[in-house]
Ligand binder design. Structure first.
Ligand code: FPP
Length: 257
């Protein structure tokens, strides 16, 4: 495959509901602090915002929702907080997996499983198997994930499978080995909590994604906040490297006769 070929394959129509939304759920700690509660209370409330967002995405027809739940850097947090978050993932998998299965939701977990407890890894595998045929919404939870880790593991796996590519390879050779190769690239990225950073989330996959930042703290995020983000997205002009004139022509051709 030529190295000049772009791996950004599908170009969605303008004004549509984003097919894939990726979210950095930031602000749980601050939400709790403002209420004089321990940080973990923010994560517990954040779990409710996850439920509301999954439900709203299902209703809107969003096909892929990807949530950054724990970054490779989050191990640096206090031990009790890390343990609490791991326990939260375990409870989510134990308690919600049947609901996911019955609601047409396919669950995927991306990230390195190396530092995860055996019990958590087992639950992840069971949940992925149980929901693998669902297609209404693919919910990806990024746990112990980092964008740089993803690119490096993809290169390693590619070279292991196809050593002949060592001297030359392109984007489309690498793409199948990235952790989210089953999904189109995100159309819309949302980060709550006021920071305007990508924080080593999906670095490769965000190349052409519209980036939306809101001051809303994650535990306060709900269907209304999601609708606001989508409205903002629908007003953006997505050019994928093309000129405005070319886009206008494309739209003109799409109009019904
Ligand atoms: C960032 O807020 C949030 C996290 C690191 C954890 C996110 C986890 C959840 C919302 C619950 C579990 C979700 C799933 C999908 C199982 P922060 O703690 O960095 O907040 P701060 O910036 O205000 O301190």
């Amino acid at each position: 495959m030529s190295e000049h070929q772009s791996s950004t394959l599908s170009i969605p129509p303008v004004g549509a509901i984003p097919r894939h939304i990726a979210v950095i759920m930031d602000g749980n700690g601050r939400w709790a602090r403002r209420r004089f509660l321990p940080r973990v209370a923010g994560h517990r409330k954040g779990m409710e915002a996850v439920r509301a967002t999954v439900r709203a995405c299902g209703e809107l027809g969003v096909e892929y929702l990807t949530l950054f739940a724990f970054s490779s850097e989050n191990w640096r947090r206090p031990k009790e907080e890390v343990n609490f978050l791991m326990q939260l993932f375990v409870s989510m998998l134990e308690q919600e997996v049947m609901k996911l299965r019955d609601n047409g939701i396919r669950l995927k977990v991306v990230g390195s499983r190396e530092r995860l407890e055996e019990r958590l890894v087992r639950l992840i595998e069971q949940a992925e198997t149980l929901t693998r045929d669902n297609r209404k919404l693919t919910l990806t939870v990024a746990v112990n994930y980092g964008g740089r880790w993803d690119i490096i593991q993809a290169v390693q796996r590619m070279l292991q499978a196809q050593p002949e590519l060592a001297t030359q390879f392109g984007e489309t050779d690498l793409a199948p080995y990235l952790a989210m190769s089953y999904a189109p690239e995100p159309d819309l990225f949302i980060r709550t909590g006021g920071e305007q950073r990508v924080s080593n989330f999906l670095l490769w996959q965000l190349a052409y994604t519209e980036l939306y930042f809101t001051d809303i703290l994650w535990p306060d995020f709900d269907a209304r906040a999601l609708h606001q983000a989508i409205l903002w997205y629908q007003q953006r002009e997505r050019r994928f490297g093309r000129t405005s004139e070319q886009l206008a022509e494309t739209l003109e051709r799409r109009k019904p006769a």
